[in-house]
Design a protein around this ligand. Sequence first.
Ligand SMILES: Cc1ncc(COP(=O)(O)O)c(C=O)c1O
Length: 398
Amino acid sequence: MTRGRDTTKAPPAHPGLRADPIYLDYNATTPVDPRVAEDVTEVLVREFGNPSSQHAYGRSARALLDVARARVAALVHAPSGRLVFTGSGSEADALALRGLVRERLLAPGPAHVITQATEHPAVLEACGALRDEWGVTVSVLGVDQDGLVDPAEVASAMRDETVLVSIMHANNETGTIQPVAEIARLAHQHGVLVHCDAAQSLGKIPVDVEVLGVDLLTIVGHKMYAPKGVGALWIRQGVALAPLVGGGGQEWGLRAGTENVASLVGLGRAAELADEAVAGGESDRLRELRDALWRDLVDQLGDRITLNGHAQMRLPNTLNVSIAGVRAVDLLERTVAIAASTGSACHAGDDAPSPVLLAMGASHDRAMAALRLSLGRWSTAEDVERAASAIAEAAARP
Ligand SMILES: Cc1ncc(COP(=O)(O)O)c(C=O)c1O
């Protein structure tokens, strides 16, 4: 059933998006939805209370946070458990990994964590810190040529001391969607908990913590039309974590620091809109646009172009391609008509090939050519047509 606005069309023009360059970098960050901005502004202007204060101002801010928390929990279908607000997705990942393992290490003994090679650096670096600071053993599993982890490999990496498996829902560079539900089922058979970074999948495809079967789930605001600098970690009831930051006891003592009420209200509104968008057919609209972009590029570039990532098990908004004979940085420099990325935004400006593509077995040249085109709420058929022509024209230049 379609709820809310008609998502077969892009909404009215966004005040922050210009006709030039065409924005094709929604996986790096999304514009704040004006409906979200309206709620955030309202709170900034009218509600300054500290949600921990006992008086009316505090109670009013607390009530706003409660509504936002319930909306975000509803987006991931999590009526129980705790949804802890954080200052970013990276922080939510760190709280999941470091918080869980450090809680376990309170009882002395070895600990082992399983993750995979194409995770976001926030997860890989949290694992590195656990290894360096706490002597934790980390298994980083490889992926196949489409970027998929084999659940059987997760099962065979299990040891008696394994405490956590961390596997992302969808990859930020290629959009490849991991078989998280299958991995979680296998992990639970071994009594091992599962963390999933859902930063990129929320608002693009359905995300349900019970369907995925995970115990910890990372949520990020600025990938789903909420402000930057807010995120959340959903924690299954009964899962204990050690906080990374202590202090005033906010967020059940799991994340000290006075909550960013206005932006979190924005996160709540964005969650509601994301739910409406997915239910209203936004995934199909994006898939159609993305596939039109791919067809246009293939028509113009023929066999010079290859798709990176899984052809089907992929986010509907993400197209990662390599064009033979041209490095993505050079292509983007020549293609002033589009704003896109050579890979993860975190690596932008860095001339090294994408580690995600290398982990998928791509050659150095193919990895250096990887261009990420990611669509979103304001993308239109006209954008896609213009972008394909601009890219093809730039790739044809000697
Ligand atoms: C998969 C994934 N996880 C985590 C993050 C980090 O989120 P944040 O920028 O809020 O720290 C990102 C952002 O690029 C991401 O794509």
